[in-house]
Design a protein around this ligand. Structure first.
Ligand SMILES: Nc1ncnc2c1ncn2[C@@H]1O[C@H](COP(=O)(O)OP(=O)(O)O)[C@@H](O)[C@H]1O
Ligand SMILES: Cc1ncc(COP(=O)(O)OP(=O)(O)O)c(N)n1
Length: 281
């Protein structure tokens, strides 16, 4: 048995390297877990936007999942861009078949530039097949609005949205706060079993280099849980990881640049007075 936890990302490729599979693998590497991957779609993408999407067929997805399932001990996995209902069904089927345990579902829907990374008609499949398998679902605010069918504009509606998403069968939900406007970024965490509700709050970093923040946050969460962290501890580390990645930008590309995945390990999150994460009950 290998000493390094093995993890899996089931997601799309971002040719620009800031989001998707590429962001996941960089995050996994930085956090000390071994990364396997199943590619669901190839996107022609850079910091300015998504030019084209080439989804993989059902057979190609199934074949990759099979290769992973028959040889690796997957401690935790995350899903990202799944694009259509057949990829979602294939993913859910194999999660059950290989009895993979810790499942982080990042319900990727729309890229920052507006490109649809999930077909609208696949939202129902996501709710029906994947959310019931999720240890944690990590929507951003627009994704949470789609999943729960209501507008989210304050703490009360975020709480209601979290409860609605839990009602589809997920064990817990983290509504990410990057899309808010206030000076703080707040993640709302809701755990079904205990009814526990926590807020993770940090200062909003003034930057446009935010491409792939959602993928990176969910990948860090996955890595930490694969190493044995509890969900709350994992959220805390994931938040510190993304803050460090946003603090020390790489200044790449002319649009929304990628984050700096190496910053956390380089100690950026430990700088005095920066990057603190407060937790409220
Ligand atoms: N400007 C920012 N300052 C600090 N944290 C941010 C900022 N933008 C995003 N984040 C963090 O990045 C993660 C992903 O955020 P969000 O933008 O909501 O998701 P997505 O990238 O899926 O749209 C969250 O943990 C959020 O708190
Ligand atoms: C291939 C691929 N997967 C996911 C995304 C979306 O990533 P996200 O972290 O939500 O970041 P932004 O697109 O909002 O910058 C993507 N763009 N490409």
């Amino acid at each position: 048995m290998s000493a390094i936890p093995q993890v899996l990302t089931i997601a799309g490729s971002d040719s620009g390297g800031g989001a998707g599979i590429q962001a996941d693998i960089k995050t996994f590497q930085e956090l000390g877990v071994y990364s396997t991957s199943v590619i669901t779609a190839v996107t022609s993408q850079n910091t300015l936007g998504v030019n084209a999407i080439y989804p993989m067929g059902r057979e190609a997805v199934q074949s990759q999942l099979q290769a992973i399932g028959e040889d690796f001990q997957i401690a935790a996995l995350k899903t990202g861009m799944l694009f259509n209902a057949e990829i979602i069904e294939e993913t859910a089927y194999n999660i059950n078949r290989f009895e993979w345990g810790i499942i982080v579902v990042d319900p990727v829907m729309i890229a920052k530039g507006g490109a649809h990374l999930l077909r609208q008609e696949a939202v129902a499949a996501l709710k029906q097949h994947l959310l019931p398998l999720a240890t944690v679902v990590t929507p951003n605010i627009p994704e949470a609005e789609v999943l729960c069918g209501m507008a989210i504009d304050d703490a009360m509606t975020r709480r209601k949205a979290a409860e609605k998403i839990i009602s589809y069968g997920a064990e817990s939900v983290v509504i990410k706060g990057g899309h808010g406007k206030d000076p703080y970024v707040t993640e709302d965490f809701y755990l079904h079993q205990s009814g526990e509700c926590l807020l993770f709050r940090s200062a909003r970093i003034d930057t446009t280099e935010t491409h792939g923040t959602g993928c990176t946050f969910a990948a860090a969460l996955t890595a930490e849980m694969a190493k044995g962290a509890g969900i709350k501890e994992a959220i805390y580390v994931a938040k510190r990881f993304i803050q460090a990645a946003l603090t020390d930008g790489l200044h790449i590309g002319a649009g929304h640049g990628p984050t700096n995945h190496a910053a956390y390990k380089a100690g950026v999150s430990k700088r005095e007075g920066e990057n603190s994460v407060e937790i409220y009950g």
